[in-house]
Design a protein around this ligand. Structure first.
Ligand SMILES: Cc1cc2nc3c(=O)[nH]c(=O)nc-3n(C[C@H](O)[C@H](O)[C@H](O)COP(=O)(O)OP(=O)(O)OC[C@H]3O[C@@H](n4cnc5c(N)ncnc54)[C@H](O)[C@@H]3O)c2cc1C
Length: 414
């Protein structure tokens, strides 16, 4: 089904014309595959910049995405730029603190206002609502959207890309000068496009469930470095005063029963006395769901000719915390601003598209190296305890950790 924004009368007139264009293989400036935070943010900034954009997703929207639902300050900054922050805030739970608990019951608290100019809070909002708001925003900016459209492959010629998709049983082809792949941890399309290394790192895995009538939530998100979960963590993220997204994750699980072991680890996490107390009068709403996370940006392939990966398709998830919404939105925004300049050239040269890789690495490579190093260190319980001890004693170390987990500029990066 082809959908455009319902809010704009004028666009309704263009609707018939657009159906004609799509079935006639109209050539777009950019086709964005995947309407998650990366794809919708990119489509928004591209359309806002005057480019002709088609956004495709295999799902019908609104659709759920298995997630912890927490938006870090970087995501909030992009929402501001998209002029959609107020709308998101009416549906989100605002929190200003992250509480970290170590296996011995020690705590340290990070406040969100660690860096001037960055939002001083986090938001928690179910992806079912959040992703649809972003997608609508992209449509309002002028992007065209096609749902239930499973993209199977891309083929490049010297001057364009052919995108082959399946809508139900019907094969479809779309044309564009550039394609952005924003398919998250779903690697099928990346593989067929040559954007997945044969030796790519195994993804991590995380699992979550929603609970109502939870007590003791407060103005914070809670993170537990529990012995059952290390080197990952368990979380309790409030989506309202009395309901929460609770999950665990981040182990690199390779076995066939990875999903089962993760679910039983969640079961044990829920049995912790402090968590059990919070859940004494609570009930689970909906199923327990798990999903992989790709956090291999440091070694990922990002550009292949006229095809570019953004968001989690480019491995942009913090391997330490599992946050990827903020990095997805920011990489989509950066790609759109880069492409706007590229299209403005008299004779845009496809070889120059490689520069996007450099721009992204200049901004994020060092950060990912630090994430990777910290992730390797916290695998060893004695290292983890030493680091936790240091964070409690040293103001500078604490600030560094805050900036790291909040995905903000790191100390001298600022
Ligand atoms: C359990 C869990 C908890 C997490 N918690 C957090 C958190 O609290 N905060 C945070 O910041 N991050 C969190 N993350 C990470 C975050 O969910 C992702 O990093 C983020 O969704 C990436 O955004 P994206 O737009 O790149 O991809 P996605 O959000 O995965 O969107 C990809 C889109 O592409 C579509 N698609 C895929 N393949 C195709 C295809 N072939 N054709 C057409 N469409 C396709 C999908 O339908 C989907 O809509 C969590 C992840 C997991 C698994």
């Amino acid at each position: 089904m082809l959908i455009i924004s319902q809010t704009d009368e004028k666009r309704a007139g263009e609707f018939r014309e657009i159906i004609g264009y799509v079935s006639l293989d109209r050539e777009f400036d950019v086709i964005v595959v995947g309407a998650g935070p990366a794809g919708s943010a990119a489509a928004f900034f591209l359309a806002k910049g005057g480019l002709d954009v088609l956004l495709l997703d295999k799902s019908e929207f609104p659709r759920d995405k298995t997630c912890g639902d927490a938006l870090l300050p970087r995501a909030i900054e992009v929402l501001k730029e998209m002029d959609v922050l107020a709308e998101v805030e009416t549906l989100a739970q605002k929190v200003s603190e992250m509480e970290f608990n170590d296996p011995q019951g020690n705590q340290f608290v990070v406040t969100a206002n660690t860096k001037a100019g960055y939002a001083s809070y986090l938001l928690v909002i179910p992806r079912l609502k959040f992703d649809d708001i972003l997608r609508q925003k992209a449509l309002e900016a002028g992007a065209i959207f096609e749902s239930s459209c499973h993209v199977m492959r891309t083929e490049q010629s010297a001057d364009r890309v052919v995108v082959s998709a399946q809508i139900g049983q019907t094969p479809k082809r779309f044309l564009a000068k550039v394609v952005l792949i924003a398919t998250g941890a779903n690697i099928g399309l990346l593989r067929s496009t040559g954007l997945l290394k044969p030796n790519a790192k195994e993804p991590m895995l995380a699992v979550r469930a929603y609970f109502e009538n939870v007590s003791g939530l407060g103005d914070k998100i809670q993170v537990y470095f529990d012995d059952h979960v290390l080197p990952g963590y368990g979380w309790i993220f409030p989506i309202s005063k009395s309901s929460a997204n609770i999950g665990i994750g981040l182990k690199a699980l390779r076995s066939n029963d990875a999903d089962d072991s993760l679910r039983s680890a969640l079961g044990r996490f829920l049995e912790r006395p402090d968590v059990k107390k919070m859940l004494a009068g609570a009930n689970q709403v909906g199923p327990t769901k798990s999903y992989p996370l790709r956090a291999d940006f440091a070694t990922a392939l990002i550009v292949s000719g006229r095809v570019i990966a953004i968001g989690e398709a480019a491995g942009m998830v913090n391997p330490l915390t599992g946050d990827g919404i903020d990095l997805a939105m920011d990489s989509g925004r950066i790609a759109a601003l880069f492409l706007k300049k590229w299209f403005a050239k008299a004779n845009p040269n496809p070889v120059e598209l490689k520069q996007y890789d450099r721009i992204l690495r200049n901004q994020f490579q060092r950060r990912f190296r630090i994430f990777g190093l910290c992730n390797a260190l916290v695998k060893y319980p004695f290292m983890f305890r030493a680091i936790f001890g240091l964070l409690q004693k040293s103001v500078k170390a604490n600030r560094f950790a805050a900036e790291l987990v909040m995905s903000q500029p790191i100390l001298e990066d600022a």
